[in-house]
Design a protein around this ligand. Structure first.
Ligand code: THU
Length: 160
């Protein structure tokens, strides 16, 4: 019998203002995307912005549906859009922000499990890490240097 211990490391920035300028610019694109969320049911508005290797920025926001499971998270809207528009172009960074119409969101909002799996697919495909920067509406920003910190033991095509 043996144990396997997996550790995850995140870098914490005190606020968006403390981010490197290029990342803050990407985060502001995520804020803009967040404002286009369609979230009449949860009233939880999420925005994501991806920086691609070709310099393009691709945004996404959560899109809800009266049939709840038919909606999609901001991160997957963005990453599928990147795959559709720029197949084969690497994704370097993802910025995520969330705000609620019902309460202040002051702590960093990480991607949900399904989004982690979807981001993982692209990280495995491109064979380079995707930086994931996430925050609430205000407050601290967390950086995960790779999806692997958020989803150790990601399921990938090598198991099929
Ligand atoms: N949501 C996202 O867009 N991303 C996440 O990672 C977490 C949740 C959305 C889905 C739904 O529209 C709302 O937030 C509440 O769950």
């Amino acid at each position: 019998m043996e144990n396997i211990t997996i550790t995850s490391t995140f870098t914490v920035y005190p606020s968006a203002d403390a981010l490197p300028a290029d990342v803050n610019a990407l985060m502001q694109q995520a804020v803009g995307a967040r404002n286009n969320a369609y979230a009449p049911y949860s009233k939880f508005h999420v925005g994501a912005a991806l920086l691609l290797e070709n310099g393009k920025v691709v945004i996404g926001s959560n899109q809800e549906n009266a049939a709840y499971p038919s909606g999609l998270c901001a991160e997957r809207v963005a990453i599928f859009q990147a795959g559709a528009l720029y197949p084969g172009v690497k994704i370097l960074k993802m910025a995520i922000t969330a705000a609620s119409k019902q309460k202040p969101v002051e702590s960093p909002i990480p991607p949900c499990g399904a989004c982690r799996q979807s981001i993982g697919e692209y990280e495995l495909k491109q064979q380079t890490p995707i930086e994931i920067w996430f925050m609430g509406e205000t407050g601290k920003v967390y950086l995960s240097e790779s999806l692997k910190n958020l989803l150790p033991m990601v399921f990938g095509s090598e198991y099929l």
